[in-house]
Design a binder for this molecule. Structure first.
Ligand code: AMP
Ligand code: GLY
Length: 421
């Protein structure tokens, strides 16, 4: 089979690494990929949101299966466009991708199908938004409706701040079209976890649990990022809670999407808040998490291509997933300054030494080749991923590997997985 993966982050490197292990693959491409991916696949310089060029590439090269990493091309309708040309792409249609690309759609959907989520209301008009904000307790959460690369959620500890954020989104276009509509939501307390499942429209095949570490600095301080590290499993996702998530969230969501006339095929990722045995959805994503995927795929012990094919053909009920019982930890190494401004082009050393350790794999994200040197080229640069006999040794291994890698200005959290101990 000829397979194309779309994207250039650590998540896509992990997908390529896993797909490369499949005996079914003859040729593997990634658009646009990165330096690490280039060791395993042919990188094609087409951006993920250039649907027309990706379609042309897939048609010209007779790609048998396309796996879409990021949300943007899904929201642009890449799966629909491929289907119209008779090409197989793994992911939801544009309509179904609204579960992530429109928070107001997702909130209304949860209400319609009684999926537990934070109480909220949606506004396009600032006067009503302000009145609602004034009448609700603090902290209060203001969210841009559309895609905002993980930056569109603001937790406000004063009514003035919440009103100001709503004003910036609705009147000043601080999030462009994504903020034309805002969701104002009750603040939920508890422990977060990621519940990621593969869906074929009718069946939901859950992966093992995982947890992201969103804030930039240790002890969950600092601004939210795309994710500074991940672990799998997540202790808080006990068997009992996982059953509850399936019965109260994932299965009702899959059935709801069928009822809405847009069966969900692809990755359904529920960001959860868990407290006192109760679970609520913070958000739905319609693609693999980054960096959760790096930790998850390090544990997956089967051919992932079988899963993608079964999802597309509606036969996921015939597949079961097999997992390494050992925990995995992914430490994200970032450019100093991320998620704010940062410098690029710093020469990275030590990747090969880290990769040489047993049960360690270094996934590339923002890297590029500069005359034979691997240099930094983004905010999140590497995801150093390790397995260990228990969580403590997985953490120790991941940091042993991380410490072999350096560049001028590198930043990483020193406490990934600590809460799980
Ligand atoms: P989202 O993109 O909606 O998942 O939001 C990003 C992050 O903001 C989440 O992972 C949470 O850490 C936080 N967040 C979002 N909504 C809420 C909420 N209602 N209560 C508390 N934290 C939230
Ligand atoms: N790790 C968070 C996300 O992928 O959205």
């Amino acid at each position: 089979m000829k397979i194309l993966v779309i994207g250039s982050g650590g998540r896509e490197h992990a997908l390529i690494w896993k797909i490369r292990q499949s005996s079914k693959v003859t040729e593997l491409y990634c658009a646009p990929g990165n330096v690490g991916i280039a060791d395993l696949a042919t990188c094609v310089p087409i951006n993920p949101d250039n649907v027309q060029e990706l379609l042309k590439f897939a048609a010209d090269n007779q790609i048998d299966l396309t796996v879409v990493g990021p949300e943007a091309p899904l929201a642009l309708g890449i799966v629909d466009a491929f289907k119209r040309e008779g090409l197989r792409a793994f992911g939801p249609t544009k309509e179904a991708a609204a579960l992530e690309s429109s928070k107001s759609f997702a909130k209304d959907f949860c209400n319609r199908y009684k999926i537990p989520a934070a109480r909220s209301q949606t506004f396009t008009d600032i006067v009503s938004a302000k009145a609602y904000i004034k009448g609700h307790p603090l902290p209060i959460v203001v969210k841009a409706d559309g895609l905002a690369a993980g930056k569109g959620v603001i937790i406000c500890d004063s009514h003035d701040k919440a009103e100001k954020i709503a004003e910036e989104m609705l009147l000043e276009g601080s999030f462009g079209d994504s903020g034309r509509c805002v969701v104002v939501e009750e603040f939920l307390e508890g422990e977060e976890a990621s519940f990621i499942a593969i869906c074929d429209g009718n069946h939901v095949l859950p992966m093992v649990g995982s947890q992201d570490h969103k804030p930039a600095y240790d002890e969950d301080k600092g601004p939210n990022t795309g994710g500074m590290g991940a672990i799998s499993p997540a202790r808080v996702l006990t068997e009992e809670i996982a059953d509850k998530v399936m019965n109260e969230i994932m299965l009702p969501a899959a059935r709801g999407m069928v009822t809405e006339g847009m069966p969900f095929v692809g990755v359904l990722y529920a960001g959860l808040m868990i407290k006192d045995g109760e679970v609520k959805v913070l958000e739905f994503n319609v693609r693999f998490g980054d960096p959760e995927t790096q930790a998850l795929l390090a544990r997956l012990k089967m051919d992932i291509v079988d899963v993608f094919e079964a999802a597309i053909s509606g036969t996921l009920n015939t597949v079961s997933m097999s997992w390494d019982p050992r925990p995995a930890v992914c430490v994200v190494m970032a450019s100093g300054g991320y998620p704010g401004s940062y410098e690029k082009g710093k020469v990275i050393s030590g990747i090969a030494d880290a990769n040489a350790l047993d049960d360690v794999v270094v996934f590339h994200a923002g890297t590029k080749d500069d005359s034979g040197n691997v240099v930094t080229n983004g905010g999140r640069v590497l995801g150093v991923t390790a397995l260990g006999d228990d969580m403590r040794s997985a953490i120790a291994k991941a940091y042993e590997a991380t410490e072999k890698i350096s560049w001028d200005g590198v930043h990483y959290r020193k406490d990934i997985g600590k809460k799980a101990l």
